[in-house]
Design a protein around this ligand. Structure first.
Ligand code: HEC
Length: 162
């Protein structure tokens, strides 16, 4: 049997385990495609935004998606969803919400587009879930975290408003 022809190169999908290749001066990390990602040091210290995402997720999303994103009878396991979901689809889902059709139960993902407690921390929540989906971070409070950069505090104040 002949070896199959080499398939044509296709653009690499954005996968959650793309490593951090760059960081900005406000302490954020990005993958090669420019999407936000996490950074975890050898001692288990997570970057500030991953830690913030842990807290924000368990404040706003955990009630349906389960502690640390591992799912419940109401809502999917996001540590699984984020294995294949792009950053853009994640943002769109959280901003606009989503409603499963053709299911016996009505499953509703609320739209958070006007909720500052979510929108001001959307990338934080994303990088946290990305670390969870990639198995880089276990369940529970991260062992240690980088200090909060001053720019993070400034951006937070600007986003949350008076
Ligand atoms: C009131 C319950 C509820 C809350 C609160 C909630 N979700 Fe959801 N979410 C759902 C349900 C139900 C679905 C599945 C909807 C569907 O399949 O159409 C879902 C789906 C999702 C999906 C898509 C998963 C997939 O595999 O397609 C993402 C991403 C998501 N939620 C993120 C979040 C984030 C981030 C938060 C917190 C800011 C949050 N959700 C808060 C109920 C909730």
């Amino acid at each position: 049997m002949l070896a199959p022809a080499v398939p044509p190169a296709i653009a690499a999908p954005v996968v959650p385990n793309d490593p951090a290749v760059a960081s900005s001066d406000d302490g954020k990390y990005f993958d090669a495609a420019g999407n936000p990602t996490y950074k975890i040091g050898k001692n288990g210290e997570v970057d500030w935004y991953t830690f913030s995402g842990y807290r924000r997720f368990n404040g706003s999303c955990e009630v349906c998606h389960g502690f640390d994103g591992s799912g419940s009878s109401f809502a999917p396991d996001l540590t699984d969803s984020l294995k294949s979901m792009s950053y853009d689809d994640f943002v769109k889902t959280v901003v606009d919400g989503k409603q499963a059709v053709n299911t016996a139960q009505a499953l509703v993902m609320p739209a958070f587009g006007t909720n500052k407690n979510v929108m001001c921390y959307l990338d934080d929540i994303y990088v946290y879930l990305r670390a969870r989906a990639n198995g880089a971070l276990g369940s529970g409070r991260p062992a240690a975290n980088a200090p909060k950069p001053k720019t993070a505090a400034d951006n937070e104040n600007a986003c949350m408003g008076p």
